[in-house]
Structures are given as C-alpha cells and as structure tokens.
Design a binder for this molecule. Structure first.
Ligand SMILES: Cc1cc2nc3c(=O)[nH]c(=O)nc-3n(C[C@H](O)[C@H](O)[C@H](O)COP(=O)(O)O)c2cc1C
Ligand code: SF4
Length: 494
C-alpha cells in the first residue's frame, strides 16, 4: 500500500458524541431533498464493492446480507457498489446489463427497504470499464502478445551495430528479447509495449485505432440508459453514474484524454460524452427519478485533471440536471504499483489510490476529511452558478463534530462515510440515539481495502473474527471470517 515518504502515524481524531437531543437538532440528521425525493438525514454510505456477487454478476444471499446490515443502521442513503452496465463477463461484480438481473436486484431493494424500516434511500452505481489483462511472464509476452515491427528491428540494429536484425525471422527477434535485460527493452519497445510487458495490457479511451473504443460515444449512452431503466424497474430510488476513478467515463473526463473526434482535448470536449450519457439516461428514466454522478475533484496523477477542471465539470453537471454530485479523489491506473505476474494492475495501489482511501500513515494533513476542500470548492462554484444541487463529500469522516462542522460551514450538503460505516454499520444510528460511546471506530489502516485488492470478500478487521459461532452468521468460504458485522440491539434501553 502506498503512503507518503516518512509518513506520520496519525491518531484518530478525538470523538465527542452528541446527546440524543443534540443529535435531533443537528444538521446531520435533518432531511435533504435530492431531485424529486427526500433523504431523512444527510448521512450516506458511498459505494463499496464487497466481492460477493456470483461469477455471472447476480445478487447472492451474501450481497443481501451485506446491504441488510448497512440498512439496519438507517443511513439517509446507501449507494450499491459499482455495477456493470454491459452484458459481459466481469467476475464476481454485480451486473445490470440485461433484464435477467432485475429480479435479484429487486430482491436487494426489498431487503434494504425492510431492514431500514423504509428509512433509507437506495441508489445503485452504474459503471463501465475497459479491458485490463493480467500481467504475463516475459516469455509469454514475447511469444504470444508481441508483434515484431520494423521499428523494433531498426532499434536492434542501432543497439547492437548488427544489420542482420533487419532480415532475421520474427522468432529470432522474440527469442533475443525474451532473454534481454530491462535496459534493452527500454530501447527497443515503445511506451505501450513496455507497459503491457511490465504491467499487463490495459485499454484507454484514447485507443481509437480499436473500433470498439472509437465507437464508445456511439454505444455508451444507450447502454447506460438501458441499465438505468432496469434500476428503476428493480425499484431503486435512483442511479449514480460512475464517472470517477479508473473507469471509462472518468477516462473521458481526464486531462489525459487526447481524442481528436470531439470527445477529448479541451474540457468542453471531454465532458461531451458524460453529458450525452446523462441525457440518454434522463430521457429513459424520466424527470421524476434521481440521477446522480460520482466524479473526481482531482485525479492526482501527472498530467491529469485538477480541481479547476472538476469545478467546471461540477457546474456543467448541475446545469445539465444531475440531482446530486458526489466528489471523490484519485484511484487511477496511471500511478498504480506493478502487479506480480499473473495479477492485474489495480488502481488503488499508488499515490492516487492513497488519496482515494487515505490511511493514518499520512502527511501533515492526515486522512481525516482530507478531500473536503475539493467538494467545498465544487459546491461554492455550483451554488454561485445558481444551482442548489447537493454535494456529497467523503474521505476519512468518522466523528460527529467533523460531519456536523462540514455541514454547518456549508462545505458539503451530505456526509459520506464508507470505511467508518463498514467498521460500524450502526454508527449513524448510534449517534442519533445519543449512544455514540458504543461506536466501533474505524482505524483507517485499510485491511478492508487489502481484501478488495485481492478480490476477496471485504470485511473489517475489527469484527470479522468475533463470535464466529453466532447462529446463522454468514462466513467466508474458509470459515475463518464472518461476512457481516455483529448485530447491535439499538432498541435496548440502557
Ligand atoms: C472496500 C472498498 C470498496 C470500494 N468500492 C467503491 C466503488 O465500488 N465505487 C466507488 O465509487 N468507490 C468505492 N470505494 C471508495 C469509497 O466509496 C470512498 O470514496 C472511500 O473509501 C473514501 O471514503 P471513506 O474514507 O469514508 O472510506 C470503495 C472503498 C472501499 C474501502
Ligand atoms: S478494516 Fe475496518 S478498521 Fe480497517 S480501515 Fe477497513 S473499515 Fe476501517
């Protein structure tokens, strides 16, 4: 896991929990309107992939249990994990790319309604992603994936002074490169070939020589619109278009998007497809349905979009009619760590990944509320442009005073807490009931994120080994971890 050089180990911020009366008066627990609906409170569980779907992308019992557990804590809203909009194989990630997924998703909606007593709104995050292949061995790369071109031969001549390379068989070039040192590869292969060799093959939105990438602007609006319609059919209160982190739509917004077909280059062009997707979705689901967006306040990569781009995007998203703006940060492939052979590069392993889910091993600023200034700047600009579109912030928020302070100062409208809610799904409820001293506090050391990286069912280290013999508790396949937090009896009088 990446962390800043010479990191400071931060202590958790001191927590003063409100009394029930203070919580009742708090902005955090007052309702807020999102487009056509209301949230009962400004508390929010952002999307978290728990790795519990079937290989075919269906809802499972474990998914229902996972969301039921969050629903029991009655947050204002839960956003269901990134869910694939296409009908393609994508491992145990939820999918919504065909009508056959609707019944399972409907069950998920019903589960959350029941468990939250109707107090929690449920949105689903819609994602599209491009191909990322596992890194292969050097031998396999040169045998199977490397195409010998004239420029490789010329580079070899230059490197060795031997003209013979211009005429030898491809097999001889491959055989030589297979055994060659890294420095030789550096001089013979181009940047993309080196990346594929060392990190595995990864598509970008700028690969317009590939017809399916060139045509993304033609196909994606309809694919997202159909997925959003299915979400409505399944009973979700709204959809969140995933325009953040390392995925297709964020790729279009990125300053690294240099497409020249009107969908890249200046930010007015980079936002074009994201707006076209929005309009197609809106047309399909109607004006009485929540359509939100998650996007980056800062990509945190060299040459990437910064806050000024994000402010522009935020205002344009609000102008277009999005019902909420959820601001995240980083989480990109460009600075990710080199994966081992046999594994795929993972977008949360570099500095941008750190900024997405900051830990206590941090710089002077520390992880707590670290991303709030991004949301605040976007909110200021959106409001100044005359829009009241609610802004959701997240990143290291874990105390009442932090959350209430952000709202009171007008830095954001809604408080998202992913890891703190994973550590204690009842924490919002405990605060509201004046029982904050019973909150299990996240330690922000990212054991959960490590599991996510290994594509293992995500759990929290604070509770996954506790009471494993509790009747009916779902366990991991090896039986060593419970998959949901222990129950908390909120009705019990003290
Ligand atoms: C296990 C895990 C899975 C995540 N999956 C998603 C996801 O599917 N979509 C998304 O936008 N963010 C995802 N995130 C990022 C969180 O939504 C959130 O932005 C981040 O954890 C920072 O907030 P926090 O400090 O409250 O945890 C994930 C985070 C974790 C820890
Ligand atoms: S494993 Fe638990 S305590 Fe650790 S960061 Fe994740 S949610 Fe927080």
């Amino acid at each position: 896991m990446w962390h800043p050089e010479n990191p400071i180990r931060h202590r958790l911020p001191p927590a003063r929990w409100p009394t029930r009366q203070e919580a009742e008066r708090a902005l955090l627990f007052t309702p807020i309107r999102i487009g056509p609906i209301w949230l009962e409170s400004r508390t929010w569980v952002p999307a978290m992939v728990p790795w519990r779907a079937t290989e075919e992308g269906y809802v499972t019992r474990n998914i229902l249990d996972w969301y039921a557990r969050f629903a029991a804590g009655q947050p204002g809203a839960i956003v269901v994990e990134a869910t694939g909009v296409r009908d393609i194989k994508s491992g145990p990630l939820l999918r919504i790319g065909h009508d056959r997924f609707i019944p399972g998703l409907r069950q998920l909606v019903e589960t959350v309604r029941r468990q939250s007593g109707g107090h929690t709104r449920l949105f689903i995050q819609l994602i599209d992603f491009l191909t990322v292949k596992r890194r292969v061995s050097k031998e396999k790369y040169f045998d199977r994936f490397f195409t010998v071109k004239d420029r490789h031969r010329r580079a070899l001549v230059e490197l060795t002074g031997d003209e013979r390379w211009l005429d030898v068989d491809d097999a001889e070039v491959r055989a030589f490169l297979k055994l060659a040192a890294d420095e030789v590869h550096d001089r013979v292969l181009d940047e993309r070939e080196l990346e594929t060799l060392r990190y595995g093959y990864r598509e970008r939105v700028t690969d317009v020589h590939l017809p399916h990438i060139r045509d993304l602007p033609k196909v994606l609006p309809e694919i997202f619109a159909a997925a959003a319609w299915r979400a409505r059919e399944a009973g979700f209160d709204g959809v969140e278009l995933h325009y953040a982190h390392a995925y297709t739509m964020a790729g279009f917004l990125s300053a690294l998007n240099t497409r020249t077909d009107g969908y890249g280059g200046p930010r007015e062009h980079r936002i074009r497809l994201p707006l076209e997707v929005y309009r197609a979705v809106r047309e399909r689901v109607g004006s009485d349905y929540v359509v939100g967006v998650r996007f980056l306040g800062d990509e945190v990569i060299e040459g990437g979009s910064r806050l000024d781009d994000a402010v522009y995007f935020g205002v344009e998203f609000a102008r277009a009619g999005f019902d909420y703006l959820s601001v995240s940060k980083g989480g990109k492939f460009e600075d990710a760590k080199q994966p081992k052979v046999g594994q795929a590069v993972y977008p949360y392993t570099g500095r941008s990944g750190y900024e997405c889910m900051p830990t206590v091993l941090s710089d002077e600023r520390g992880p707590f509320g670290r991303n709030v200034p991004l949301a605040a700047a976007i909110k200021r600009a959106v409001n100044a442009a005359g829009y009241a579109t609610p802004v959701v912030t997240s990143g290291g928020i874990c105390t009442f005073d932090q959350a209430e302070g952000i709202l009171q100062r007008g830095e954001a409208d809604i408080i998202g807490a992913a890891r703190q809610t994973l550590a204690d799904p009842d924490w919002f409820l405990k605060m509201r009931l004046g029982r904050g001293d019973e909150i299990r506090r996240c330690t922000f050391t990212n054991y959960c994120e490590g599991l996510d990286q290994m594509h293992k069912p995500v759990t929290c280290k604070l509770w996954d080994r506790v009471d494993l013999d509790e009747p009916g508790v779902p366990l991991s396949d090896d039986g060593r971890r419970r998959l949901v937090a222990p129950r908390w009896d909120g009705r019990r009088e003290r």
